[in-house]
Every structure is written in structure tokens, then in C-alpha cells.
Design a protein around this ligand. Structure first.
Ligand code: DX5
Ligand code: ZN
Length: 220
């Protein structure tokens, strides 16, 4: 599967957002990862509905909305997304998982189910027909700058094997959290193909955006 980079926009220098997006366009970045947090599912707030609208009107790069919210089925319509955009909802955040995943697809989006480090992959069994990707959280969600939960590397490999053996070879695997240059190699070897890159790679301080993205592309 093609390897794709989805920079975590919550890590961006907001005072230079437009220049950063222009650079992403120039460098062929595949998605923009937009973390949405409600202060309940995770103990933080980040980006919001108006920001997503602005992003959609500013660039043609598809967005990758990560809903870290309770009951995402109640807020999905608040967000601007469409053809080619990913929307991920956490399996732990709703008792209407299949309903919200199909609602994403009914609006032309691509449906992604997110699982926390402590959530087993077997829980995905009944929604495999409803998803285009699985988001494997490689940190516990809520904040940038955290450290990798090591067991999630094997989890990515187990998931890739499970999907391939079940006939879901086209379902992508996104990894999100401490996607450092070192960890990205392990995540890629394990079978991830979409990399949510934040403070420990694309936005790392010891390189320019272009240098960091080229380095990450070489490694994955
Ligand atoms: C955490 C977010 C991640 C985070 C990644 O809940 O989902 O997208 O911003 O940032 P780093 O790369 O610093 O872990
Ligand atoms: Zn995220």
C-alpha cells in the first residue's frame, strides 16, 4: 500500500498556518490530520468546527478528522467534510459505531475507526465491512508530545495480518502518536501506511518542514 503522511495540525505553528499549508501542497502531503477533542472523551480541547471549515476552503489537501469526542454521532453533521476526506471515530466513544461509520460514508467521506492502546483488535470484527481504515492510537489520546505505547507496534502487525487474512487487504492502517523518525520505521515495517506526524517528526525543531518531511518519507 502507498505510504501517506498526515501531519497533525494541532502541532502546527498557527501564526504561519497558511505558509505551512502551501509547503504541504508543494511537498505532496496526502492528508491534514485535524484533532477534535471535547474535554470529555479526552481531557483536552483542540481544534473546532470553524477551523475545519476554514481548512476546507483554504486547501485541496484532503482532511483526516480525528474525533476524540463522546457520542460522535451527535456532532458529525457539525463538520465540513466530503469526497476523499477521512473521518475517524473511536470505538470506545459510542454504542452506535456502525451507524456513525455509515453516516460518514453517506456523506462521501471515508470511514475510519480509531482504537486506543488498551482496546483489542477483535472488537473491530463487526464493522470490517463499514470501514476504509483503522486508526491505531500509538499513544493514549489527548495530547501531543507523548511517548509511544510499545505494545502498539505488535498490535499494528497483528491488525495487518488479521485484515489481510479476513479479505480486507484494502483497509488502510493509520498510526497516531509519537510517530518519530525512529518509531515510524517500526510502524511501517509492522504494516501501517498512513502516518500522523506531529512534534517528533514533521514538526521537530531540529529540521525545516521540508527536511523533516523528506526524511520521514525516506524512512517509511
Ligand atoms: C493525540 C493526537 C495526535 C498528536 C500527535 O491525541 O491524536 O495527533 O497530535 O502528536 P505527536 O506526534 O507529538 O505525538
Ligand atoms: Zn489524532
Amino acid at each position: 500500500m502507498d505510504k501517506k503522511i498526515s501531519p497533525s495540525i494541532m502541532c502546527v505553528d498557527f501564526l504561519n498556518l497558511k505558509e505551512t499549508i502551501n509547503e504541504f501542497e508543494r511537498l505532496g502531503i496526502e492528508y491534514l490530520h485535524v484533532d477534535i477533542m471535547d474535554g470529555h472523551f479526552v481531557g483536552n480541547y483542540t481544534l473546532g468546527t470553524d477551523f475545519v471549515k476554514t481548512l476546507k476552503s483554504t486547501t485541496n489537501i484532503p482532511i483526516d478528522i480525528h474525533l476524540m469526542v463522546e457520542k460522535p454521532e451527535n456532532v458529525l453533521e457539525w463538520f465540513a467534510f466530503g469526497e476523499g476526506d477521512y473521518v475517524s471515530v473511536h470505538i470506545e466513544s459510542t454504542c452506535h459505531l456502525q451507524k456513525v461509520l455509515s453516516a460518514i460514508k453517506q456523506r462521501g467521506g471515508k470511514a475510519m475507526v480509531a482504537i486506543n492502546p488498551g482496546t483489542p483488535i477483535c472488537l473491530l470484527e463487526s464493522v470490517l465491512d463499514d470501514i476504509d481504515a483503522v486508526l491505531v492510537m500509538t499513544v493514549n489520546p489527548g495530547f501531543a508530545g507523548q511517548k509511544l505505547v510499545k505494545s502498539t507496534i505488535k498490535k499494528i502487525a497483528d491488525l495487518r495480518k488479521y485484515l489481510d487474512e479476513s479479505g480486507y487487504e484494502n483497509v488502510e492502517i493509520e498510526c497516531d502518536g509519537n510517530v518519530s523518525f525512529e518509531n515510524a520505521v517500526l510502524m511501517s515495517e509492522a504494516g501501517a501506511n498512513i502516518f500522523v506526524a506531529g512534534t517528533s517528526s514533521v514538526f521537530a525543531k531540529d529540521g525545516t518542514l521540508s527536511e523533516n518531511i523528506s526524511k520521514l518519507r525516506r524512512l517509511i
